[in-house]
Design a binder for this molecule. Structure first.
Ligand SMILES: [Zn+2]
Length: 385
C-alpha cells in the first residue's frame, strides 16, 4: 500500500510492473523494478521511489553538460528541421508570463539554465537567478548570472518572497513530494508572482509512464489538485504549445485555495492512465515475441531516445543490431549503448528489420516521411501492434 503523491489517498496495487532493471530519462539502467500506480481520487499517476534520490540528482543526473550546443530535440518542423527544446521553452515562457520590466526571475532546477539565458537575450532587463540540486552547472552560469543570484542544494532564506516569476522546466515530474515542492515555489514568489511549470503529458507520450525517475505523471486533474493544495490559483494549462508536455501558469494566492475537483474529469484521467499501463504490459510481451521472430537477422533501431533505448534492452540479445537511426543531427555520429547513431538515409543496405523506437502516437507519420525506411523487403516492427 502506498500513498498518492498529490492527494495522499492510499493506492492498493500498481497498474504496471516490470522486473529490474528500470530505464531512466537519461537512458541509463538502474537496478529496481518499474512500478506505476494510478490514484482514483485525484487522477494522478506515479512511479515508485528511487533509491537514494539526492545522490542520483547530485552526481548521476547530468543534462546537456557535454557541449554548449547539445540540446534535446523536441519536434521536427514541416521542412524536416529539428526544433530544440530550450529555444521553444524560452519563447513560450516570454509569451505566457508577460513579465514586467526589470522583473526578478528564478529558474528552479535550472541545470545549465539555457532557457533562462535565451529569455534574457530577448529581455535583457530581467534579473536572472538560478537554483539546482547539483553544483555541476556552476560553470555554465558563471558568465551571465551574478554570483549572489546563484544557489545550489539549498535556496537562501533571503530569497523568500523575492520573485515576480519562477520557471521550472521538466523538474516537478522528478520530485517525491510535488505539493511540498510547489509550496516551496509559492513561498519564493512575491505576492501576485507567477510560476511557469512544464512537465511531460503521459497521455500524449505514453512512454513517460515507465521512465523510472519520472515519479509523477500528472493529468490536468491532478495538476489542478496539486496547485490548489499548495496555494496557487491556476491560470493556464496548455497541452498544445509543446508536443507531449503540459505548460502550466499559476499565481501565488494570499488566501487558501479551494480544491475544485470534477469527478468526471478525475475518473477519465485515472482511466486514461490505467489504459497506458495496460498498453505497456502488452507492448513488452509483443516486443519480446518480435525479438524471437527476428532472431539472428540484421536490424536497426529507429530513434535513440527513450523508446529506442527500451527496445535495445529487450532485443539486443536476439537480433544482430547494427545501428540506431536518428533524425537529430546532434546525435548523428555519436554512439549509444556502443552502437553508432546515424541518419536514417545512411542505414546499412543489408538491414532486414527496423524496430521503431518512437512515440507510438507519432511513429507512423515520422516513418512515412523517410523514403529509406519504406523500401520493399524491409520489415518494420512497431511497439503498438
Ligand atoms: Zn491522488
Amino acid at each position: 500500500m502506498i500513498s498518492c503523491r498529490v492527494c495522499g489517498s492510499a493506492i492498493a496495487a500498481p497498474s504496471y510492473q516490470a522486473s529490474a532493471p528500470a530505464l531512466t530519462s537519461m537512458m541509463a539502467f538502474i537496478d529496481i523494478p518499474t512500478l506505476a500506480y494510478v490514484c482514483d481520487d485525484c487522477g494522478h499517476a506515479q512511479c515508485g521511489d528511487l533509491p537514494d534520490i539526492d545522490s542520483f540528482y547530485d552526481t548521476t543526473y547530468r543534462i546537456s553538460l557535454e557541449s554548449d550546443d547539445h540540446d534535446q530535440i523536441f519536434a521536427v518542423d514541416a521542412k524536416g528541421q529539428p526544433i530544440f527544446r530550450t529555444d521553444h521553452q524560452a519563447a513560450v515562457g516570454l509569451h505566457l508570463l508577460d513579465l514586467p520590466q526589470g522583473a526578478s526571475i528564478l529558474d528552479y532546477g535550472a541545470a545549465k539554465a539555457d532557457t533562462l539565458r535565451k529569455m534574457l537575450k530577448a529581455r535583457p532587463d530581467l534579473r536572472p537567478h538560478v537554483f539546482d540540486v547539483s553544483s555541476d552547472y556552476k560553470r555554465a552560469w558563471a558568465s551571465w548570472v551574478a554570483e549572489e543570484d546563484q544557489a545550489t542544494y539549498q535556496v537562501p532564506a533571503a530569497w523568500a518572497g523575492r520573485f515576480q516569476a519562477i520557471i521550472s522546466h521538466f523538474v516537478i515530474e522528478h520530485v517525491e513530494a510535488p505539493v511540498e515542492f510547489l509550496k516551496t515555489l509559492r513561498d519564493l514568489l512575491a505576492p501576485g508572482g507567477r510560476v511557469l511549470l512544464s512537465m511531460p503529458n503521459v497521455v500524449a507520450n505514453p512512454g513517460d509512464m515507465t521512465v523510472a525517475d519520472h515519479l509523477n505523471h500528472f493529468s490536468e486533474a491532478s495538476l489542478k489538485h496539486a496547485f490548489a493544495l499548495s496555494g496557487f490559483v491556476l491560470e493556464t494549462i496548455d497541452s498544445t504549445a509543446f508536443p507531449g508536455a503540459f505548460f502550466a501558469v499559476a499565481a501565488r494566492s494570499e488566501a487558501p485555495v479551494a480544491i475544485d475537483s470534477d469527478a468526471t474529469e478525475v475518473a477519465a484521467a485515472a482511466a486514461a492512465a490505467k489504459q497506458i499501463c495496460a498498453f505497456w504490459e502488452q507492448a513488452t510481451a509483443r516486443l519480446d515475441g518480435s525479438a524471437k521472430r527476428f532472431a539472428g537477422r540484421n536490424a536497426a533501431i529507429y530513434g535513440s531516445g527513450f523508446y529506442g533505448s527500451w527496445i535495445h534492452s529487450r532485443v539486443a540479445g536476439d537480433v544482430n543490431l547494427a545501428a540506431f537511426l536518428d533524425q537529430n543531427p546532434k546525435l548523428q555520429g555519436s554512439s549509444h549503448f556502443g552502437r553508432p547513431v546515424m541518419p536514417p538515409a545512411a542505414m546499412p543496405s543489408e538491414t532486414d528489420v527496423i524496430f521503431v523506437g518512437l512515440n507510438p502516437l507519432k511513429a507512423r507519420d515520422i516513418i512515412a516521411s523517410q523514403p529509406a525506411l519504406n523500401r520493399p523487403g524491409l520489415d518494420l516492427v512497431w511497439i503498438d501492434e
